[in-house]
Design a protein around this ligand. Structure first.
Ligand SMILES: O=P(O)(O)OC[C@H]1O[C@H](OP(=O)(O)OP(=O)(O)O)[C@H](O)[C@@H]1O
Ligand SMILES: NC(=O)CC[C@H](N)C(=O)O
Ligand code: SF4
Ligand SMILES: [Mg+2]
Length: 492
């Protein structure tokens, strides 16, 4: 493992985005620009590479494609966007899970099938990738990478079991793929004149629909967007419509969008939307399951205060992801919120530190203490999660050096004890600090006066309390990294 890799904590997951302009075509809408804005808003989900594939519509056999390593703003300058002509397109920001962080694995994957070009962008990780890979290879298909997203692309090109009488039946192909693998994917698929948005039957990864509003007539739409998260919608003049339902295939054409079909789960198992999307992965201004991520984080802080209050002068947070929960904790406890840490936004996660000592210092280098709020104070410090435990120790030291009297750590999620096989690179079980030390030992190890985590029930309560639809069949969350209960068994 390289130093750079080792420095990563909880790694995010990918972002997918699609946009199609309404009739008439050729459109006036700058579709590539909209996709670019969409990808910029999804940058937090993947910073290794990005790509866009565009289609000019019915009479074109090829897509206009640009992919590359690095950030969206580095790959897509004005000139690159100008070349990406089209009436529809899809895009991707990547954090690798199933194949190396290299140019060949950048998405969208584009193939030319017997029925024309196809582009695919995927967020997630296939539970049964090995088995599916052997099956696809046995059908005479060659794969050029180890990426499970390329595998999905090729699996979609397989003829479905029923004969296609009148040209390719893409919905049947997608259903066939969904029969073969039930976890974990949110995908956008583009053929020459349409986009499909597909969410796995468990709804493990997010996907939502937005309406691109006309800038001149508020009753009209200029097109439709489909995205991992809704946080970018306002920046591109789009309005959140709804989530793509677990198991749903949505077809977008220049006429609008409709549900093609909804695939159920085996044995009527519950949905398994990743609960960590609420804790850490998503941007707080995104909407999942009809509620803002920010509100869930705020509530998790409220529940945390109820569960593990301690006397203190101020409540504060480890920026960024811990801040909403800290405000919730402060509201519930009536202890004032005050900032104690400044996070240097120019020191990214990819900052290369040549050895363990400098890596530890690196964490401190990311933060500065706001001494006036710290000196002589008893502080309750909230973070959203502890993974390896590398961030929190140096922060506590920083606060003590700045004169903190007491530092009580409260974590707005339960201890992370298990790995994730659904699109998130959570370190191996042995690297997760909660598997190595008891809560008391960990408190001592990081130099905290006290340490407490949110309970699993407390987190579920924060997620479900204000959810518009509370039906037991409709709602269900994956908590596997916290409880070890996976939605499906891994198959190799
Ligand atoms: O226990 P560790 O292995 O140190 O990892 C846990 C930390 O990593 C994340 O923050 P990160 O800096 O990734 O991003 P953020 O700004 O969104 O909080 C998370 O919010 C914790 O603060
Ligand atoms: N984080 C993700 O969703 C990654 C998607 C896919 N498994 C890849 O590695 O490219
Ligand atoms: S194991 Fe954890 S991170 Fe992975 S999908 Fe489940 S809740 Fe999300
Ligand atoms: Mg953090």
């Amino acid at each position: 493992m390289s130093v750079e890799e080792d420095d990563r904590q909880l790694r995010h997951e990918c972002g997918v985005f699609g946009c199609i302009a309404s009739d008439p075509w050729p459109t006036d809408v700058d579709v590539a620009q909209v996709i670019c804005l969409g990808l910029l808003a999804l940058q937090h989900r993947g910073q290794e590479s990005a790509g866009i594939a565009m289609s000019e519509g019915d009479n074109h056999t090829h897509f206009n494609v640009k992919k590359g390593m690095g950030l969206v703003s580095n790959i897509f300058n004005e000139e690159a966007i100008k070349k990406l002509k089209g009436n529809l397109g899809i895009g991707h920001t990547r954090y690798s899970t199933s194949a190396g962080s290299e140019e060949v694995n950048c998405q969208p994957f584009v193939v030319h099938s017997a029925h024309g070009a196809l582009a695919v962008a995927h967020n997630g990780e296939l539970f049964n990738a090995g088995k599916l890979r052997r099956m696809v290879l046995a059908r005479g298909v060659g794969l050029s990478t180890h990426s499970d997203s390329e595998l999905i692309t090729q699996a979609l090109c397989l003829n479905p079991p029923d004969i296609e009488i009148d040209g390719p039946d893409w919905p049947a192909r997608i259903r066939h793929f969904m029969e073969l693998t039930k976890l974990s994917y949110s995908i956008v698929i583009m053929e020459k004149d349409r986009i499909f948005g597909v969410r796995d039957p468990y709804g493990n990864r997010p996907l939502c629909i937005g309406k691109l509003m006309s800038l001149t007539d508020s009753n009209k739409e200029d097109g439709w967007v489909v995205s991992s998260e809704s946080c970018g919608f306002l920046s591109m003049g789009a309005k959140y419509v709804r989530d793509v339902y677990p198991g749903e295939i949505v077809e977008f054409t220049k006429e609008g969008f409709h549900t093609v079909s909804i695939m159920g789960r085996p044995y009527n198992r519950p949905q398994a939307f990743c609960i960590f999307e609420y804790v850490y992965f998503a941007r707080p201004d995104s909407i999942y399951e009809g509620q803002m991520v920010y509100s869930v984080r705020l509530r998790s802080g409220i529940v945390l205060a109820r569960e593990s209050l301690v006397e203190a002068d101020i409540v504060s947070s480890v920026p960024e992801s811990g801040t909403a929960a800290a405000h919730g904790f402060s509201m519930k406890s009536n202890i004032p919120f005050a900032e104690v840490l400044y996070k240097n936004r120019y020191v990214g996660r990819t900052f290369i530190q040549p050895n363990a000592r400098l890596r530890r210092l690196g964490v401190a280098k990311k933060f500065g203490a706001i001494v006036e709020n710290v000196a002589g104070k008893r502080i309750i410090l909230i973070d959203d999660s502890i993974v390896r435990g590398t961030t929190i120790g140096p922060i506590i030291k920083l606060l003590r050096d700045a004169g903190a009297k007491e530092v009580h750590i409260r974590v707005a999620s339960p201890p992370l004890k298990f790995t994730c096989n659904m699109g998130i690179n959570i370190p191996t079980k042995a690297e997760l600090i909660a598997n190595k030390l008891t809560i008391e030992q960990l408190a001592k190890h990081i130099g905290a006066d006290t340490l407490a985590y949110l309970s699993v029930d407390g987190l579920k309560e924060a997620v479900k309390e204000k959810m518009p639809n509370k039906s037991a069949i409709e709602v269900g969350h994956c908590t596997a990294c916290l409880t070890g209960e996976y939605p499906e068994e891994l198959t190799f």
